[in-house]
Design a protein around this ligand. Structure first.
Ligand code: HEM
Length: 442
């Protein structure tokens, strides 16, 4: 088709992201100067290297336009997971170490059907099934259990500090990592004992997803994690079938939908389950870490929260804006069209930098200022449009309840390291570790 025939002239005329600039080692620790540069120099840029060639959108206006237009921008993107033999995807996935198509296909086949990557009308059919797990009344019902789970994890933190008073405790390892895993296990209806394995598989997948050009080893490990996760879910489904009923939680709901034919085949069933199991882990872990880190780095605002714990909602919203856990998402151009002064061609990849849009002065006043009393519209931390995060309220509830408990237990909470240990992954903004002194330190 004519769309594929991009002339050399047109290709050369695309406004470029400076080679190697996105993401340099420094950008991975502090991406905000780069984002400011991109926003200032134009509404859209082309990168020859990222994801095998992609448009980069950094401004809020265009970011919102892309995410809300699911006719011209398809969710069937290819960040290496999806794409059914697409050449750009194969390159992006393998980087310099091409994997064979055969090696890639289990990842691609499975994940292409997850509703994050599916367009209307199938998207609505699949998302509608899951909706019941995330309604306000569902969240209210979960709340007492969640409060108890948080208290148990904070008891563990306290015991660790009491055991070794001269060493700080790691909030990531002891709270931020396990909490979302137990929540998602609960929502899906899994037994609590399985969380550790699921977390390990999730971590392997996350490293892969976060790398624009992952090497072969990372890709294989992600594949292994994914397949193990799928095998685990398969056993869970089989046990429920053997018991003669679909059982509890969202998994029960998915199984019932499969029995009724609303979910079309075994692969479609598995893709939804794997995605749900995976989606809430790293994201919420990083929200919890970024929340504590950012608030303690702004002592006056921590004090404001101590004086008025009613501000926790505002604090969580502001951390989501200023240090959003998911820094970008992607789309694929569905129909060639002119956008922001450029000709977008069908099939082009588009990367929407949520972390950059959230600091756009055209939308947020004085955007570099961290301010828990900020009012106005929500940021793009959870995306927008048809694919807006289904777990947004759930993860915000986890964050708010955790923050309330921390303020109540340890008003003198303090950072034990001056520089935050950002993990240096372009997709996920989050901390490797977060060492804290619970009672102000030794
Ligand atoms: C979608 C971020 C927590 C499940 C999304 C999107 C973003 C996002 C940015 C939109 C992607 C796009 O439009 O391409 C986050 C963040 C979280 C979080 C920052 C925590 C702080 C969760 C949790 C769950 C979840 C806890 C599940 C329990 C999903 C699903 C989608 C999604 C299933 C796809 C929705 C659709 O395609 O219709 N999330 N998420 N997320 N999220 Fe989350």
């Amino acid at each position: 088709p004519a769309d594929a025939a991009l002339s050399a002239l047109e290709a050369a005329a695309r406004p470029r992201v400076p080679a190697g600039r996105l993401w340099s080692a420094a950008d991975l620790i502090d991406p905000y100067p780069l984002y400011a540069e991109l926003r200032a120099s134009g509404p859209i840029h082309w990168s020859d290297t990222l994801f095998g060639g992609a448009w980069i959108v950094a401004r809020h206006l265009e970011a919102e336009q892309v995410l809300r237009d699911d006719v011209r921008f398809s969710a069937q993107r290819t960040n290496g997971w999806v794409g059914g033999g697409d050449r750009a995807a194969a390159q992006a996935t393998c980087g310099d170490h091409r994997l064979s198509r055969q090696e890639l296909s289990p990842l691609q086949r499975l994940m292409a059907q997850a509703f994050l990557f599916v367009d209307a009308p199938d998207h609505g059919r699949l998302r509608g099934l899951m909706h019941a797990g995330f309604t306000p009344s569902g969240l209210t019902a979960l709340r007492p259990w969640l409060v108890e789970r948080i208290e148990t994890l904070l008891d563990g933190l306290q015991a660790a500090q009491a055991g070794e008073p001269s060493r700080p405790v790691d909030f990531i390892a002891q709270v931020a990592r396990p909490l979302p895993a137990s929540v998602i296990a609960r929502v899906l209806g899994l037994a609590p004992g399985d969380e550790a394995r699921v977390m390990a598989w999730s971590d392997e997948i996350a490293v892969f997803i976060g790398e624009p050009v992952p090497d072969a080893d990372t890709t294989r490990r992600a594949q292994r994690g994914l397949l193990q996760m799928a095998a685990f879910l398969e056993r869970e489904f089989a046990a429920r079938r053997a018991a003669g009923m679909p059982g509890d939680g969202l998994l029960g709901r998915l199984l019932r939908a499969r029995e009724q034919g609303v979910i079309r085949d075994a692969n479609e069933l598995m893709a939804q389950a794997v995605m749900l199991l995976f989606a809430g882990h790293e994201t919420t872990r990083y929200l919890l870490g970024n929340l504590v880190q950012t608030l303690l780095a702004h002592p006056a605002q921590w004090q404001q929260l101590r004086d008025d714990p009613g501000r926790v909602h505002g604090a969580v919203r502001e951390v989501l804006r200023a240090e959003c856990p998911v820094q970008y998402t992607g789309r694929r151009v569905a129909v060639s069209h002119d956008f922001a002064g450029q000709r977008l061609r069908r099939g082009d990849a588009v990367i929407v930098l949520l972390g950059a849009a959230n600091r756009d002065a055209a939308r947020f006043e004085d955007p570099e200022r961290f301010d828990i009393t900020r009012r106005g519209r929500a940021s793009l931390a959870f995306g927008t449009g048809a694919h807006v995060c289904i777990g947004a309220s759930l993860s915000m509830m986890e964050a708010e309840l955790t923050l309330e408990a921390l303020l109540r237990r340890w008003p003198g909470l303090r950072l034990a390291e001056a520089a935050p240990a950002w993990q240096g992954n372009p997709l996920y903004r989050g901390l490797r570790r977060l060492p804290l002194w619970l009672d102000g330190g030794p």
